[in-house]
Every structure is written in structure tokens, then in C-alpha cells.
Write a protein that binds this ligand. Structure first.
Ligand code: GTP
Length: 240
């Protein structure tokens, strides 16, 4: 929920606290097999919870809106208050996967609220802003938080957002790649403004979940970092 501006809560425009403290009836949205369940008007086979985290202003809400609605939230920046979510059902190899995407407030004062949600997350998209070195320097602290509060097998993806802003870039793509390699997590640069790699980030998470659920014992494990490396776009927008 954004303070003082139309929020994106669950596809409706709200200005209330409806997104706070899990009052949407999604108490423990762990991975579940849910044949023939319905999400709004869409049926789905699997459900997973994806959290967007990172410093205030890195573009978490914009990334979510880009993925969900295919649009870019421009205009003055107003920080998210607390936590909010939206659902999107995507198809992976014929299976319908419901992504329940939680958009968290990056501001320090909301950390205790967002921390409480880590343990239920199946995937964490950790964002920094390529035009803001401070947001990149704080990634180690975010990873320490993840280590402390999230599930051991949580899928982590590091995203260097705002890669469309060539002139004000403070970080090269290699900086993100190096850090991601150090921590053994998937990495790509994204732009909520142009849509660059946004769909891929969420689809990689959906694929990982689906593979975990359907993998036979003798089949190799799906590696989300390798998958992202093969699939990601490194076109002009994201060159450093
Ligand atoms: N150029 C550019 N601007 C972006 C991009 N993503 C977000 N922005 C801008 O960055 C500002 C912050 O975006 P938000 O999505 O509200 O940031 P947030 O991470 O949700 O911030 P908090 O709610 O405070 O945690 C807004 O002015 C956006 O228009 C992007 O990919 N490119």
C-alpha cells in the first residue's frame, strides 16, 4: 500500500490498511498443491508466495505493477506503508501457477513488519537501484536478514533495477553479477519502466516452484540461476 496515493492492493484501489498483517485470509501461503482452486476468475494448480524486498525507492512497487498490469507507475514517488500483495496466475509447461506477490515497504521503520513475512516466502526478489550505490551496499545486510528469517530453501534472485537510466548509473552490471555469484543467487538487471527482464524474473520463480513439485527422483534439480543466465536479455538497455 502506498501512502497517500492509490494503492495496488490485490488489484483494487484502496487507501486503507487492508494489506497489513496478513488480513487477506492468506495466513500461511506456503507452496500447496491446490487442484482446481480458483484465484479471482482463474483456476490454478500450484500456489507460491513471492516477496519483493530492498531499500526504499529501488522500484519494488513499480516492478510488481509492470508484471501485473504491464504499465509503469510514473510521477512522484510515494513510499509503500507496511506490506501489500497482488496475485497473478501464470502458465509453466501446461501447469497454472499462482504467484502471490507481496510488495514490502523498504523504509527501515517497517522492517519488523516485513521480517515477519519472510518465513512464509518461497521466493525473494531482492532489488537494488543501479543509480543508487547505497541501495547496492545495503544488499549484504538484506542477505543477512534473509539468512536469519527466511526458509532455508527459499529461492533468491538479485535484481539491479532501473537499468534504463544510462546516464545516472552508479553500478555496472558486473558489480551485481559478482555479488550474486559470491552468494550463489540468480541475478539480472531489470527495468520496471521498459519492462526489461521483469516477466523473466517472475517466470523463473514460477518455473522453479513447478519443477520442485513435479521433479522425479532421478531427474536433475532445476537451477534457477542457470536458467536465468540462459534466458535473460542483456540488450542495450542494461549495458553498463
Ligand atoms: N527510470 C526508472 N524509474 C523507476 C523504475 N522503477 C521505479 N522507478 C521510479 O523509482 C521511484 C520509486 O519506485 P517505487 O516502485 O515506488 O519504489 P519502492 O521500492 O516500492 O519504494 P518503497 O515503497 O519506499 O519501498 C518512482 O519514482 C518510480 O517511478 C525503473 O525501472 N526505471
Amino acid at each position: 500500500m502506498k501512502n497517500d496515493r492509490n494503492s495496488v492492493s490485490n488489484g483494487t484501489v484502496v487507501k486503507s490498511n487492508s494489506g497489513m498483517n496478513g488480513h487477506h485470509g492468506y495466513g500461511h501461503p506456503m507452496i500447496q498443491r491446490q487442484p482446481s482452486r480458483q484465484c479471482s476468475t482463474e483456476m490454478y494448480d500450484l500456489s507460491c508466495k513471492v516477496m519483493l524486498i530492498g531499500d526504499s525507492g529501488v522500484g519494488k512497487t513499480c516492478l510488481l505493477v509492470r508484471f501485473k498490469d504491464g504499465t509503469f507507475l510514473s510521477g512522484s514517488f510515494i513510499s509503500t506503508v507496511g506490506i501489500d500483495f497482488r496475485n497473478k496466475v501464470v502458465e509453466v509447461d501446461g501447469a497454472k501457477v499462482k504467484l502471490q506477490i507481496w510488495d514490502t515497504a523498504g523504509q527501515e521503520r517497517f522492517r519488523s513488519i516485513t521480517r515477519a513475512y519472510y518465513r512464509d516466502a518461497n521466493a525473494l526478489l531482492l532489488l537494488y537501484d543501479v543509480t543508487n550505490k547505497n541501495s547496492f551496499d545495503n544488499i549484504r545486510a538484506w542477505l543477512a536478514e534473509i539468512n536469519e528469517y527466511a526458509q532455508e530453501d527459499v529461492v533468491i534472485m538479485l535484481l539491479g533495477n532501473k537499468c534504463d537510466v544510462a546516464g545516472e548509473r552508479q553500478l555496472r552490471r558486473e558489480d551485481g553479477e559478482r555479488l550474486a555469484k559470491e552468494y550463489g543467487v540468480a541475478f539480472m538487471e531489470t527495468s520496471a519502466k521498459t519492462g526489461m527482464n521483469v516477466e523473466l524474473a517472475f517466470m523463473a520463480v514460477a518455473r522453479d516452484l513447478k519443477m520442485k513439485k513435479t521433479r522425479k527422483p532421478n531427474e536433475p534439480q532445476f537451477n534457477v540461476a542457470d536458467y536465468v543466465d540462459q534466458e535473460k536479455s542483456t540488450s542495450q538497455c542494461c549495458s553498463s
